[in-house]
Design a protein. Structure first.
Length: 241
């Protein structure tokens, strides 16, 4: 598929607008397959080697970013005076249309996928796809053995019934557990435990599909997910803990 070179460069380098690309072209700083080009309407193929100041610009149709969300940030483009997760993405990874695929509550930490791929986000989040999301949960009251069967059967939240979920108690901490759910209702995990007369005091998403949050990422840090790992976001098998 051919596209204009000014559109190509501005889509791959967020800090460079199409008008700025025209200036770069006029300064003869852009080449295609080794030859300098100066016209903004030059049409190129995805496979062409485009370079700025001799450094190749690798074409990426979409970008996928693993973010370790800290508490206090909102999974939204705009949310009043609250800081939003898009602010945590470094300049070098930003591009037009970037959004958080799915929400975590403001006080919840952990894995948020930042992407501009709406189709993948839909496939990852749609309840009919059964993609598991894994969470670490700390409770106000100790874990009870009865929880396993209740979660497996599907907890009723008012007139809504949750899909079956898998819960595993922490072997060392009787106030902690790991929970795998396959949907994302409003405040779902907190409401599920409230229905059992308990309360969530800390919540962190550990994995989406079979892709686990990188342990080296500090809160607020992110990294680009390589395309070979993107398919793990749609895996129906949750990782073992």
């Amino acid at each position: 598929m051919k596209m204009r070179i000014d559109k190509f460069i501005s889509s791959q380098i967020p800090s460079v607008s199409r008008s700025q690309v025209k200036k770069l072209l006029g300064q003869k700083r852009i080449s295609v397959n080794g030859s300098i080009v100066t016209a903004a309407d030059t049409r190129i193929e995805e496979s062409d080697e485009v370079a700025l100041d001799g450094e190749r610009i690798i074409y990426k149709k979409h970008i996928y970013i693993m973010l370790n969300k800290p508490a206090g940030y909102v999974c939204s483009a705009h949310e009043g005076n609250s800081p939003v997760v898009t602010e945590l993405v470094p300049e070098g990874l930003r591009r037009g249309g970037l959004f958080p695929a799915g929400r975590l509550d403001k006080d919840t930490e952990g894995f948020v996928l930042m992407t501009d791929d709406g189709e993948l986000a839909h496939n990852m989040l749609a309840p009919s796809r059964h993609v598991p999301k894994t969470y670490f949960v700390r409770l106000e009251k100790p874990y009870e053995e009865r929880y396993a069967e209740i979660f497996r059967s599907g907890i009723a939240l008012g007139e809504e019934k949750c899909r079956p979920a898998q819960i595993t108690p922490d072997s060392k901490d009787r106030y902690a557990c790991t929970l795998v759910i396959h949907e994302g209702k409003f405040h779902q995990i907190k409401r599920m435990f409230e229905a059992l007369d308990n309360r969530v005091v800390y919540l962190k998403r550990l994995a989406i599909g079979s892709l686990v949050l990188d342990a080296s990422l500090a809160p607020g840090e992110c990294l680009e997910i390589m395309h070979k790992d993107v398919e793990k976001l749609l895996c129906h098998q949750a990782p073992k803990w």
